[in-house]
Design a protein around this ligand. Structure first.
Ligand code: MG
Length: 238
């Protein structure tokens, strides 16, 4: 009797599962429906993007932008300091166009150096890495001092580069301990150079990554003393 009962259960389960996997409707999801947006074309961002035009940026303590601004292009004014978005962000898709100075000055880390600090902590290196050798985990597209780019997809000095960044923020528990790392994917001029790379913590010049807890935070563009230009920046919160 017990055996018959068990066998019946097995048959019931088998036919239940079998019925599910042979019914195409069982695996269809209709709700929610992804919202329709207009994709971007050329210099036009997607319709649901936030434009990071010059008025979206400020210096430390809310001081107004001192970088040179001309026709929507922002250029580092050496010595004026880094700039920060007024708004804070977490998970995001970020599009940034940047250009190394046409007049080549300096070498290694001293040539066309800037940087994009996600959540004001994690630097995606901006550098003139066109025929300009430096340490690999410090060249353009590196997660600074952590992860070198898969290839060097750099445009020559004076030509525009694009970064398309997909960023997943880290999470911390109530005790401030990191429970999941940040991850980043970066396309440089359309070429994947960081493929779901784990960010192990902050990206200091000296020392190892650290993991102090934080929430959403601003994006920083670095003043490293070189007149690097930025334009057509936009972000989508994810
Ligand atoms: Mg830098």
């Amino acid at each position: 009797m017990k055996k018959i009962f068990l066998l019946s259960c097995i048959c019931f389960l088998y036919y239940s599962i079998y019925a599910q996997i042979t019914d195409p409707v069982a695996t269809e999801v209709w709700e929610p429906e992804p919202s329709a947006i207009k994709p971007g074309k050329g210099l036009t961002p997607p319709s649901d993007a936030i434009r990071l035009s010059p008025d979206a940026w400020e210096h430390k303590d809310g001081n107004p932008l001192q970088w040179e601004v001309s026709e929507g292009i922002m250029t580092v004014k050496p010595g004026s300091g880094p700039i920060f978005t007024k708004e804070k962000f977490g998970d995001c898709q970020l599009h940034i166009e940047w250009r190394s100075p046409t007049v080549i000055k300096g070498k290694g880390q001293g040539r066309g150096n800037s940087g994009i600090f996600l959540q004001n902590r994690y630097e995606v290196q901006v550098l003139d890495s066109y025929e300009n050798r430096t340490y690999s985990n410090g060249q353009a597209g590196s997660i600074y001092k952590q992860s070198m780019p898969l290839v060097n997809a750099m445009s020559p000095p004076g030509e525009w580069n694009t970064y398309d960044i997909i960023y997943k923020e880290p999470h911390f528990n109530a005790d401030g301990i990191k429970v999941s790392s940040a991850f980043i994917t970066v396309l440089h001029n359309g070429v994947i150079i960081q493929n779901h790379t784990e960010i192990r913590g902050t990206t200091p010049y000296i020392g190892l990554p650290k993991n102090p807890p934080h929430e959403d935070d601003v994006i920083q563009l670095q003043d490293h003393g070189n007149p690097v230009s930025f334009r057509n920046m936009w972000i989508r919160k994810l």
